[in-house]
Design a protein around this ligand. Structure first.
Ligand SMILES: *Cc1c(COP(=O)(O)O)cnc(C)c1O
Length: 233
């Protein structure tokens, strides 16, 4: 078994272990393999090991991989998880299955308008800037309910849930806090009638903490594909 296949198997075991601790079924957690900066051969290796959901951060890089793997597996799903500028929405709406990083109505409207009619609605998560988050992206929790209602009304998008990228923290307890905060926002919105089924939270270093707080989709790069070269943000 190749090293990507082994790392995938190990990651799936980590998810199952965390699910067992949390009293959850592992079927309730989708593993998203984050292939950003990785060559298409690495995606093929993961595909061969049964992986079907892939996350990309950079639009052009993602489009190139989607194009070269178009015929590789019909059931492959591509998720954009990185920041999205309005001038890139057309390409994204035509090629990706999911966008996790919607944080503005303008971007959501463009994605809905530009989603090709022959494709199913684009699946979207709203990226939330939970407190302590080390990034400028994400909607402020106070503005979340209004954005969620507006996105829910867009005809060619399907609102699936919430996503966050908390600042790195050490230790299970500290890692659980921002995930718990996102889960509370998720539950509060659902109680107000916003229908959603996805909590996109947890990465290589904190997936256990995220699963314990109810994550339904973990986004794992380094633990599957190895360390990335350092990148300018
Ligand atoms: C890079 C990235 C990941 C994966 O991070 P790892 O620590 O390599 O697992 C997950 N989510 C987002 C939004 C990312 O940009």
């Amino acid at each position: 078994m190749g090293s990507i296949a082994q790392a995938l198997a190990h990651t799936r075991e980590r998810i199952s272990g965390a699910c067992a601790r949390a009293g959850r079924s592992p079927q309730g957690v989708t593993l998203l393999a984050v292939s950003k900066t990785r060559p298409v051969e690495d995606v093929r290796a993961a595909l061969a090991a049964g992986q079907r959901d892939f996350g990309e951060n950079y639009v052009q890089e993602g489009l190139a991989k989607i194009e070269s793997l178009r015929d590789a597996a019909p059931d492959l799903r591509w998720h954009l998880i990185g920041p999205l500028q309005s001038n890139k929405t057309r390409d994204v709406a035509a090629a990706f299955d999911w966008v996790h990083s919607v944080d503005r109505l303008r971007v959501a409207q463009r994605l809905s308008d530009q989603r090709p009619p022959n494709l199913p609605p684009l699946q979207v998560c709203l990226q939330v800037n939970v407190s302590g988050e080390d990034s400028k992206s994400g909607v402020n929790p106070h503005e979340l309910p209004e954005l969620a209602r507006a996105v829910m009304a867009l005809p060619r998008l399907r609102l699936r849930g919430l996503m966050s990228i908390p600042a790195p923290a050490q230790g299970l307890q500290a890692q659980r806090e921002p995930h718990a905060a996102l889960r509370r926002l998720f539950e509060a919105l659902k109680a107000q009638g916003v229908s959603m089924d996805t909590l996109s939270m947890g990465m290589s270093d904190d997936l256990e903490a995220a699963v314990m707080e109810g994550s339904t989709m973990v986004r794992v790069g380094t633990a599957i594909f190895g360390a990335r070269p350092r990148q300018a943000e």
